[in-house]
Ligand binder design. Structure first.
Ligand code: SF4
Ligand code: SF4
Length: 435
């Protein structure tokens, strides 16, 4: 028994020491300090008998053994709480004109402005309130930084230039492809070009906005007759996002809109060159709702903060989509109930939000689907005050930790066991703080 406890003591020390080194690399001061103290103190009772003549009573040996064995069992024994998915798929299509990004393009005293608010009088007052604020990337905002704001702005301008390439001519000569093989090649290529995940789904009716709301597509009735959608995500840098809601956040956001936009444009050009039509959906030029497409392509789940939560990077991603008629292989995606279950118990994003735009309650049913509804007016209003796209909820999320071994270990425990999920939430609060 004493040999077993001594080995356990050494393993505990090595575990916490590696955790300490990882936390130092991540520049997480609180986690470094706690893991160092834990690494020094916790192994002591395990090692005392080895370095002295002290012999523990039987019950204390059992207690020490249980303190090792129980957490290990929590990680490895599967234990799931069932999630009801029946209301996860919308029956109706969303109107893009109702998004806050479309509404911010409405100019007061114009026909479209008057027409929109005549149909939606309840939205006029909250919208006019954020219209009075300085606005995204503007001087006079709380986190105004002339250099970083200019850098972000210049990247967004480059993203706009990609809009002219979201559609293009399809080659006349069609190359015959085998769905399974071309899907594998596409996935490999897209990952090689810098995406961190890529998935394929059948394009469904509710993926496509009913009516366009941005730029010269305002009021256009959308229909896409493509059969498939390829969703790809790129990761946002953890350390840039850690500054949220300060200026580096929006610079990183812009950078990754650009990166996923470039990959998607490149992919669509490639598909067209094979003789199949393809349409790109990127920042400010979407005909589809990217998080829903990405979820159905098996890249994650929609979490409490209303964004796609991916298994490896949580919500710390940007998404682009390519719709096409190229024959593709979809595979068998199973929803990941563990993320939804984790979100139901964790409320870190809601606690971190400076304007309480995220719900603390469970999902609610609205227009036939069950989801967390964020207060997008409050959220966007804060962006107009801060000057950035905030991101405090994104970086507060325990799934946003960098993809180091300790976080991978925790994520695999989270996927495996509902009991471990509860433990992981408490540990995240302890090591990284409640906010
Ligand atoms: S981006 Fe900021 S304001 Fe918006 S929901 Fe997240 S934390 Fe709240
Ligand atoms: S912070 Fe917690 S509740 Fe919010 S999205 Fe992340 S896991 Fe879900």
């Amino acid at each position: 028994m004493q040999i077993f406890l001594s080995i356990a003591g050494i393993l505990i020390f090595l575990f916490f020491f590696s955790f300490f080194v990882t936390s130092l690399l991540e520049n997480e001061k609180r986690a470094s300090f706690i893991s160092l103290v834990a690494g020094i103190l916790i192994p002591v009772p395990f090692l005392i008998p080895f370095f002295s003549n002290i012999t523990y009573p039987f019950w204390f040996n059992i207690f020490l053994t249980a303190s090792i064995v129980i957490p290990v069992l929590l990680v490895i024994i599967p234990f799931h709480r069932p999630i009801d998915y029946t209301l996860s798929f919308p029956h109706n299509r969303f109107d893009e004109r109702d998004t806050v990004f479309a509404r911010r393009e409405l100019k007061p005293a114009t026909d479209v402005y008057n027409e929109y608010y005549a149909r939606n009088p309840d939205k006029r007052e909250p919208d006019d309130r954020w219209r009075e604020k300085p606005g995204l990337l503007k001087a006079g905002t709380k986190y105004y930084d002339p250099v970083l704001f200019a850098a972000a702005d210049s990247i967004f301008e480059q993203v706009k230039k990609l809009h002219s390439r979201v559609e293009g001519k399809t080659a006349v000569q069609r190359v015959e492809v085998v769905a399974y093989q071309i899907s594998r090649k596409i996935k490999k290529m897209v990952l090689g070009w810098g995406a961190n995940a890529v998935g394929i789904t059948e394009l469904r009716d509710y993926h496509v906005y009913s009516i366009g709301g941005r730029g010269d597509r305002y009021g256009e009735v959308y229909s896409i007759d493509h059969k498939y959608a390829i969703a790809l995500t790129v990761g946002m840098d953890y350390y840039m996002m850690k500054s949220a809601p300060a200026a580096p956040t929006i610079l990183e956001s812009a950078r990754q809109y650009m990166n996923c936009g470039l990959i998607a444009v490149q992919l669509a050009e490639f598909i067209r060159s094979l003789g199949y039509p393809a349409r790109v959906h990127i920042d400010a030029n979407y005909k589809v709702i990217c998080p829903l497409v990405a979820r159905d392509a098996g890249l994650g789940e929609i979490g409490r903060l209303g964004l796609l939560m991916t298994p490896a990077l949580g919500p710390r991603i940007r998404i682009a989509v390519v719709t096409t008629d190229l024959p593709l292989f979809i595979g068998n995606h199973q929803p990941d109930p563990t993320i939804i279950d984790f979100c139901r118990h964790c409320r870190k994003c809601a606690e971190a939000c400076p304007v309480h735009a995220l719900p603390f309650e469970d999902e609610e049913e609205h227009e036939g689907i069950r989801r967390w509804r964020i207060n997008s007016e409050s959220c966007y209003s804060y962006w107009c005050t801060a000057g950035t796209d905030c991101g405090k909820c994104v970086i507060a999320c325990p799934f946003s930790h960098p993809d180091y071994w300790i976080h991978r270990l925790v994520r695999s425990g989270i996927r495996n066991s509902a009991l471990f999920r509860t433990l992981a939430m408490r540990m995240d609060d302890l090591f990284y703080g409640k906010r």
